[in-house]
Design a protein around this ligand. Sequence first.
Ligand code: M1P
Length: 255
Amino acid sequence: MAKWKDRKQPDTLLLFDVDGTLTPARRSVTPEMLELLRVVRKEVVIGFVGGSDLAKQQEQLGPTILSDFDYAFSENGLTAYQMGEQLESQSFIGWLGEEKYKKLVNFLLKYIADIDLPFKRGTFVEFRNGMINVAPPGRNCTVEERNKYEEYDKIHKIRPKLVEALKENFKDFSLTYSIGGQISIDVFPTGWDKTYCLKHVKNDGFKTIHFFGDKAYEGGNDWEIYNHELVIGHSVKNPDDTIRQVKELFPHLFK
Ligand code: M1P
């Protein structure tokens, strides 16, 4: 493993989900987490995999993420970097085609227009490389508005109802609808969940791949990769729990 010859265990990869695992949802990483990653990276290869796009991950994990992590996977790995070099990938629009995409987005905009919420902001459909992100209250919500919406959604089940409507209306589109964060759902081709990122690492000779995620339950957006045959899954409660579990895995690094 010439690429990782500076590591003590170059055939071990640690992959981390972002929101709720490395950082609180849509918030910044703590100095304590950055220090943990710096220490563990001397031993093994590290990467992150999240649903958000790279710009948002940079806001949360810092402007130097492409050099702080060996692998950087945005949009579940549809945008991917290894050691700062961009890897080849596919696009959502290329896969779905303009006609089907138009039907989908028109349906979503009409559906959202007809929901009565306590407030709505802007950017209801965010177009990304590997998926679209659909936010009934709009992605321009402040942190406070996000928290309010999340509570509202728990009671009124706005997002689960939207997912059911999409499943009903787009049966032949082979799409997956995932409630991964506080205000939105991710829509992507079935199979383009977080396991997609494993395509980028499978020929890099890893004997052990650990994954840490906070949504490792059925319907959560870490479920598929957490259960993948190539992966040892670790379910965490929050970033502090991630720190605790990583220290438990490599006790000799944290004496
Ligand atoms: O990383 C989890 C999710 O974070 C955001 O969700 P929300 O805005 O609803 O909190 C989004 O970037 C989403 O794509 C992502 O899956």
